[in-house]
Design a protein around this ligand. Structure first.
Ligand code: AMP
Ligand code: ZN
Length: 112
């Protein structure tokens, strides 16, 4: 999608601080980190949000990759949080599906 910020990161038109990528997903550091380790994991294909995710294999791949990245960065045991914000009440500001991966501090509940 030509006017989508995260599609531009996939294409390389906008530089991302890339943590991991393969043919299906891209993971990069959030520009405004809310935890010592704050990564966004996105499908390379444009999908607006969780409402539009119908590909079960891709959904599972995102989850599995998130767990692998957290493990590789040393957070499997201490713990981490995964978040998909969806639409207005969910607090979504970028309309390309992304999973927040947050770690490195004690998270609180309920979320704000
Ligand atoms: P959300 O509010 O769930 O849609 O999350 C969007 C996230 O994208 C926010 O945490 C922003 O800090 C992050 N973000 C926005 N622009 C950039 C950028 N250029 N590079 C990295 N992260 C970004
Ligand atoms: Zn996009």
């Amino acid at each position: 999608m030509s006017d989508c910020l995260f599609c531009k990161m996939v294409s390389g038109d906008i530089k991302a601080d890339v943590v991991y990528q393969d043919d299906k997903v891209l993971a990069f550091r959030d520009i405004h980190p809310q935890a010592p380790w704050h990564v966004l994991l996105i499908p390379k294909q444009h999908i607006a949000n969780l409402n539009e995710l119908h590909n079960l294999e891709l959904g599972g791949y995102l989850l599995r990759t998130a767990a692998q990245l957290a493990t590789e960065h040393g957070f499997a045991e201490s713990g981490y949080r995964t978040v998909f914000n969806c639409n207005g009440d969910g607090g979504q500001t970028v309309f390309h599906l992304h999973m927040h991966l947050l770690a490195g501090r004690q998270m609180t509940w309920p979320p704000g």
